[in-house]
Design a protein around this ligand. Structure first.
Ligand SMILES: [Zn+2]
Length: 368
């Protein structure tokens, strides 16, 4: 009897169809099916895609997890459709491509396929590109080129603003830039890391600008239950006395409340630590005319606040203020009209204890 928990043909087919037979690797989107050519092949199709296991099909495989059942390992939930090259790639470098990353990619690829279907749009490769923030000022669209351990490689698609020399300037000036600007935040992965050394830029690949970033390990998310008890605040940031007095909150409730506090503190305005706070006010005024872009840049900033540790103004290592968030799945902004100087954000999060949290957070935005 085989010890591999392989997918059935029907499962593979459904998996492929759910992403319109396109590779799910971010930025790839390669079509994996077409006609077989040649004599006698007129009625056949050629499939160059693979149903890759997220949790391995066998004990010695990549990302094997003893806690999963054979039924689960054979199920469609445990598969991600990929082109052959990327199916190999994720299995060779399986330490970098975690179960969580692959699940995220599967969801993203299905969402993309659904969007294309709904809009009956031409598949747009540009829509699979990702927005990337490097430091506080540099924003660009890039596509993944490769991941090797703690080294990420992207190809620049375009810069958000007319700033084509910025990446080079950033890299050239790496030794002298403020230490808290040494980070990269990637929207598609919901990941952000501290950058270790100057970014290498490579122009040798036929006119495109490729860059390589050496990064620190990912910060491990904490459980929201570890966020201490605090006093409940109202939407206006003042004490909530609606219960007839001060209300104490803890756990998830306290953690979620701290999102509004951290995101609503203006960067550099905190008396005790000039390196604390967020750029959400600034981003809001800059990008409010393009809500989709605004959602993306705010998501990047939230990713930074949950994953990038910093050096405080008195030289201490400070864990990220939102370190109880494991993943910012989505940031949705229903309206750019501020109510009482607050921006309503609908957030979908995975918390450090693996639970999902969906809800609204109102974040202070400085009026211009
Ligand atoms: Zn691919």
């Amino acid at each position: 009897m085989s010890k591999r928990d392989d997918f059935t043909e029907a499962t593979k087919r459904a998996m492929a169809e759910r992403v319109a037979w396109r590779c799910s690797f971010p930025g790839c989107g390669k079509i994996t099916i077409g006609p077989r050519m040649g004599q006698g092949e007129e009625k056949k199709s050629l499939n160059l895609g693979e149903a890759a296991h997220i949790v391995a099909a066998a004990k010695d495989g990549p990302r094997f997890d003893n806690d999963t059942t054979p039924e689960f390992r054979r199920s469609i939930d445990n598969g991600i459709w990929m082109c052959r090259a990327h199916a190999r790639f994720i299995d060779t470098d399986h330490k970098e491509y975690s179960v969580e990353t692959l699940r995220l990619w599967k969801i993203q690829a299905e969402e993309q396929a659904y969007k294309n279907l709904k809009l009956q749009d031409n598949y747009n490769f540009e829509s699979r590109r990702t927005l990337i923030a490097i430091g506080f000022d540099l924003l660009l669209y890039g596509t993944w080129s490769s991941v090797k351990g703690n080294e990420w490689e992207f190809i620049v698609e375009s810069y958000l603003e007319d700033s084509s020399n910025e990446l080079k300037n950033y890299s050239d000036g790496f030794g002298s830039i403020e230490v808290n600007q040494r980070f990269i935040s990637v929207e598609s992965q919901g990941d952000a890391r501290v950058i270790k050394s100057p970014i290498e830029i490579d122009y040798s690949t036929g006119g495109s600008e490729l860059f390589r970033v050496k990064i620190e390990d990912k910060v491990i998310a904490k459980k929201p239950s570890g966020v201490g008890a605090t006093i409940k605040l109202g939407d206006d940031g003042d004490l909530d006395l609606s219960g007839g007095g001060i209300t104490r909150i803890s756990g998830v409730e306290a953690a979620i409340q701290s999102i509004a506090t951290s995101a609503g503190t203006l960067y550099g305005e905190c008396f005790f630590d000039k390196t604390a706070g967020s750029f959400i006010s600034e981003l809001f005024h800059k990008y409010k005319d393009d809500v989709l872009l605004l959602e993306s840049v705010i998501k990047l900033e939230m990713i930074r606040l949950s994953l990038v540790p910093r050096i405080s103004s008195d030289n201490k290592n400070v864990t990220p203020p939102l370190s109880f968030i494991k993943e910012i799945v989505s940031v949705n902004i229903p309206s750019v009209v501020l109510v009482d100087s607050r921006l309503l954000m609908k957030l979908k999060l995975v918390l450090g204890d693996e639970t999902e949290w969906v809800g609204n957070v109102k974040v202070f935005v400085l009026q211009k």
